[in-house]
Design a protein around this ligand. Sequence first.
Ligand code: FE
Length: 199
Amino acid sequence: MTSTGGSHDRLPAALRTEALEQLLTERGLIDPDVLDGIIATYETHVGPLNGAKVVARAWTDPRYRQRLLRDGTAAIAELGFSGRQGEHIVVVENTPTVHNVVVCTLCSCYPWPVLGLPPSWYKDPAYRARMVREPRRVLSEMGLELADDVRITVRDSTSEVRWLVLPERPAGTEHLPEEELVPLVTRDAMVGVAKVAAP
Ligand code: FE
């Protein structure tokens, strides 16, 4: 495998990490299950919950929504979420006619402070290559059927810009307060490979 160079020069680091993990596991110095547990916690609890709070706030506070779409990083920091891999987050809104979906074509750039660590499918070479070429088909395979008149915009995350999708608020949730909207918002909806379902 060769390096792609530039700001995306991360493949060697990923390979080195994998080699180190294997070596440490073989020597009995780390337990891969424990490691997986930590990663799973980040992926499914710590990270996406932060993003869900951002989305629920935007759904219930129009002025916050405006600030979020204007300067994602600053509006997200208002809720206390900032740090590594979140220095420049741009938030884009999904609507009935425009659907944004996020990919990192070269590696796995992802907004850690709001979504945690990327899931394995996000790092998969097939997802990264095909989402750009045939997004409607890939989304369909992932369970999201979009009408032909919905325009799909694929956002390529990089080390300079990390994208976060503000999903559509589902119909029938108009009466729900912010705190009851939070658990409805999924990681997949904030990457743009799913919609938020009504409860
Ligand atoms: Fe990347």
